[in-house]
Design a binder for this molecule. Structure first.
Ligand SMILES: [Zn+2]
Ligand SMILES: [Zn+2]
Length: 453
């Protein structure tokens, strides 16, 4: 079960047919590279049933990597595209069985190192930090990192060259000409790929069912600014901790509206600390210690808190129950969900929202709010078509989505002139060369729950 020198394989073990736990293998000439190694968004509690009653005790749900663990001598490297949990969340569990080099940007590498430390793994890790436009030979593959725009620092698309053809692996992306931090989307970089006769484009499907173009991160500044400038009492904004651009936008709005900003929640403190270390956090984006916030007049307070998904232990859930040490919320305060509801989290989020509303706290959620208070990091239908027209791949391979999203992505590819689409699921082997075909259920895949250490 290894690719020979005439073959080029794409073999997803996670993330294709679902959103979460991305783990992709590319194979050629007996060798593999792994692109991303993520955890599932699924709660381990959902895995508890009569066959698996102990699932409650588990902490991480991740893909079954036993296929590549059994062939670890044929694995050249793990290449990480960005620092989201669904792309790096299983590295600390799977890498110890593989012990290969890991390639990542500085920000992703720093997030990953801290995850290893948290697990008590302090050894010298073979992490190679990469820069945009870098090109490195890894086994029979030549990998080039192409910075793209998404919803956290330093997202990378990959150009993977082999003697049999080139693959453009988009990873998570959207077209954003004003991403607040990092380089703006550069369409020329991607339209130039058309000159290289890209064999296959492996592409994010998350928002393929959404019409039009995606929203720029910059648009949140106006929407959030409008609500915060009108608010009378304290303002609490909850968002994804890794969205450093959003955090910087909030600090800027606080400066304009004369509010002090504090972070409530460990993952926010950790991400800002990583951003500082990597030189991404602006010197003038000042934060106030959370212990001081409770003493300030209510109209001078802006709290950024964890808990946008209703996580019971996060700062927002505890504040909703008036059980947070550093500060309470009162009638007339404002809570803004600068985030989306990840499918599956509807119940815990509405529990928090109801607790807040019962206490006459104003609540804004992006799904029902008139203003733009959240921008997704994934490509809508028109972003997808535009990218397909620029890159002009021979084959489109939709990934990072459920069946409906991947089908919509394939339709967008067809409409944009891509002649062939290959639709498959985790464990299916996509043979790109010598003859295009899919071997269904080539590898047994599944989910593994890991006990909290
Ligand atoms: Zn993702
Ligand atoms: Zn992502």
């Amino acid at each position: 079960m290894l690719p020979n020198s005439q073959e080029l394989w794409f073999l997803p073990l996670g993330g294709t047919g679902e959103i979460g736990m991305n783990l992709n293998l590319y194979g050629h000439s007996q060798q593999f590279i792994m692109v991303d190694c993520g955890a599932s968004f699924q709660s381990p509690l959902d895995m508890a049933d009569e066959h698996n009653p102990k699932a409650k005790r588990y902490d991480v749900v991740m893909p079954d990597a036993s296929f590549i663990e059994a062939r670890k001598d044929n694995l050249c490297a793990i290449v990480l595209t960005h620092a989201h949990e669904d792309h790096i969340g299983a590295v600390t569990e799977i890498w110890p069985n593989l012990r290969c080099p890991i390639y990542a940007s500085a920000f992703t590498a720093e997030v990953l190192r801290r995850k290893f430390y948290q697990q008590g793994i302090y050894e010298d890790l073979p992490i190679v930090e990469v820069l945009p436009n870098m090109q490195l030979d890894i086994g029979p593959f030549t990998v080039k990192w192409l910075d793209i725009t998404h919803s956290l620092p330093e997202p990378q698309a990959l150009l993977i060259d082999t003697p049999l053809g080139s693959i453009f692996h988009t990873a998570d992306w959207k077209i954003d000409y004003d991403p607040v931090i990092g380089n703006a989307f550069d369409k020329h970089k991607f339209s130039r790929l058309a000159d290289q006769n890209i064999l296959a484009m492996v592409c994010d499907s998350t928002n393929a069912v959404k019409e039009g173009f995606s929203t720029s991160e910059k648009a949140c500044e106006q929407g959030l600014g409008e609500i915060i400038s009108k608010a009378k009492g304290r303002v609490l904004v909850t968002c994804f901790a890794s969205n450093i651009a959003r955090l910087i936008t909030l600090v800027r709005i606080a400066n304009m509206t004369n509010r002090y900003v504090a972070l409530f929640g460990r993952s926010l403190e950790n991400m800002v600390s990583v951003a500082r270390r990597c030189g991404i956090w602006p010197e003038d984006a000042k934060l106030t210690h959370r212990r001081h916030i409770g003493y300030l007049p209510r109209h001078e307070v802006l709290i950024i808190a964890t808990g946008s998904q209703g996580e019971p232990r996060a700062a927002l859930s505890r504040m909703a129950q008036n059980a947070y040490r550093d500060c309470d919320l009162d009638e007339g305060d404002t809570v803004i969900f600068s985030s989306i509801v990840i499918p599956g989290n509807e119940a815990p989020i509405s529990k928090v929202v109801n607790l807040l509303k019962d206490r006459n706290i104003d609540v804004y959620q992006s799904e029902t709010c008139e203003q733009t208070i959240h921008a997704s990091g994934h490509p809508n239908r028109e972003d997808l078509k535009q990218m397909y027209r620029w890159v002009k791949p021979a084959i489109a391979i939709p990934v990072h989505g459920e069946a409906e999203h991947m089908q919509a992505n394939a339709n967008a590819a067809r409409e944009a002139g891509v002649a062939k689409q290959m639709l498959g699921f985790n464990g299916d082997l996509f043979i790109l060369k010598p003859t295009r075909q899919i071997k269904r259920k080539f590898v047994k895949t599944g989910r593994v729950a890991i006990e909290n250490r």
